[in-house]
Design a binder for this molecule. Structure first.
Ligand code: AMP
Ligand code: GLY
Length: 427
């Protein structure tokens, strides 16, 4: 069959790499893709929000299945459009993607169906929001309701910070995403990423993972899309996985079905593992980036039948096998990220780095120009390695990074530290 992957990040490179290995695939395309994806798929210069052009291409290239990577096309209805055109795809409808597109929607659903999450209030005017924040006291979390490219969440340490955050969101800086504010109790614990494929009725948990959101070593500095990840995440014990499925994922799948907007695709729960147990921080309606890079690396089974089963409603007949080995990925980002950074800087040494045993490099923001690899974004490369332990995978990843020549880029030097500390304690 012919498959089209939508997106251009490290997540899409990892998905395309895994899909390319499927014996079911005859031709693989990616729109728009990147410098690394170009080596395994035919990259098509289409914008993920240009639905007309995507449909046209699907007809021309006789695409049998579309895999949508990023949230924007999902929230804006790409899957609905493809469905209307009779083209099968992986991902939720716009109505189901509201789990990611509106924090208030998700909090109300949790409240109605008893899904554990931080106490909250929803507000469309600043005075009421401030009164609620004052009453609850700091620390408190202030969020823009809609998609704000990861920048709409402020952890306020003081009441004054909370008020400033509320004013900032209502100032219009986040556009429509800031028309409403959600204020939440601050949860204490360790974060983990949880992924389950869903077909509207059934849910299938994937392997566990954790990412590092902060830009600097020691989990310091501003939040980013993710500076590295690893799988498995030892904090998610088999007991906890079972609880997350029973208390969070399955009730969500049933709630969405009951509301007439069944969720199909991958449900990505950002969790806080608190003393009381797992609590939902937020949902995403897509795969995580960079978590997907480690999940695809550890997956033994063919991913494509599982993705198709989410569309067909046959996920109960799918089982996935995972490698025992751990996987770890280190993100290399352009100097300055997550603030301003330069583009079109040259990256060398990738061939040598890719030859380090057990290493695979997924590209995020790159392009190829006259045979040279250039950076095109903030997060640029995902140097991914496997090993018997997270510590062994980490060693291989950093050995490869030492061979990459990119003076305009940087990476964290401690990806995996929590898992490695746990490995040392149990060794
Ligand atoms: P979100 O975009 O909702 O995932 O939030 C971004 C980050 O803010 C999360 O990954 C957490 O680190 C933090 N965060 C969000 N909500 C809370 C909360 N209620 N308590 C503590 N930390 C939170
Ligand atoms: N790594 C977190 C995310 O994909 O949102």
């Amino acid at each position: 069959m012919n498959v089209l992957v939508i997106g251009s990040g490290g997540r899409e490179h990892a998905l395309a790499w895994k899909i390319a290995a499927s014996p079911l695939v005859s031709r693989l395309y990616c729109a728009p893709g990147n410098g690394g994806i170009a080596e395994i798929a035919e990259c098509i210069d289409l914008k993920p929000l240009d639905f007309d052009a995507i449909v046209r291409f699907c007809r021309e290239a006789k695409i049998d299945f579309v895999v949508v990577g990023p949230e924007d096309p999902l929230v804006n209805g790409l899957v609905d459009r493809l469905e209307r055109e009779g083209i099968k795809s992986f991902g939720p409808s716009a109505a189901a993607a509201r789990l990611e597109g509106s924090k208030g929607f998700t909090k109300d659903l949790c409240a109605e169906f008893g899904i554990p999450t931080a106490a909250y209030g929803r507000f469309s005017d600043a005075a009421a929001a401030k009164a609620f924040a004052r009453e609850k006291g700091a620390p408190i979390v202030v969020k823009a309701d809609g998609l704000a490219a990861g920048k709409g969440v402020i952890i306020a340490e003081t009441a004054a910070d909370a008020e400033a955050a509320i004013d900032e969101i209502f100032s219009g800086r986040f556009g429509a995403a800031g028309a409403e504010v959600v204020i939440e109790e601050f949860l204490e614990g360790e974060e983990a990423s949880f992924f389950a494929l869903c077909d509207g009725e059934h849910a299938l948990a994937l392997a566990t993972a954790q990412d590092h959101k902060r830009v600097h070593d020691g989990d310091q500095g501003p939040n980013t899309g993710g500076m590295g990840a690893y799988s498995p995440a030892p904090v998610l014990t088999p007991d906890l996985v079972e609880r997350v499925m029973r208390e969070i994922i399955e009730p969500t799948v049933q709630a969405m079905k009951k509301r007439g907007t069944p969720f199909k695709g991958v449900l990505f729960a950002g969790l806080m593992i608190t003393e009381k147990g797992p609590q939902l921080i937020e949902y995403n309606a897509r795969f995580g980036d960079p978590e997907t890079q480690v999940l695809m690396t550890r997956l033994n089974s063919d991913i494509l039948p599982a993705l198709i089963a989410t569309h067909d409603g046959t996920l109960d007949r799918v089982a996935l096998e995972w490698k025992d080995d751990a996987a770890l990925t280190v993100v290399m980002a352009a100097n300055g990220y997550p603030g301003d950074y330069r583009k079109n800087t040259e990256i060398g040494g990738l061939d040598a780095a890719g030859r380090v045993p057990n290493v695979n490099i997924f590209h995020a923001g790159t392009c190829v120009e006259n045979g040279r690899i250039l950076s095109t974004g903030g997060r640029v490369l995902n140097v991914t390695a496997t090993g018997a332990t997270v510590a062994a995978a980490q060693e291989s990843a950093y050995r490869a990074i030492a061979l990459i020549q990119w003076p305009d880029g940087f990476c964290r030097s401690d990806i995996g530290w929590r898992a490695i500390e746990r490995e040392r304690q149990t060794a």
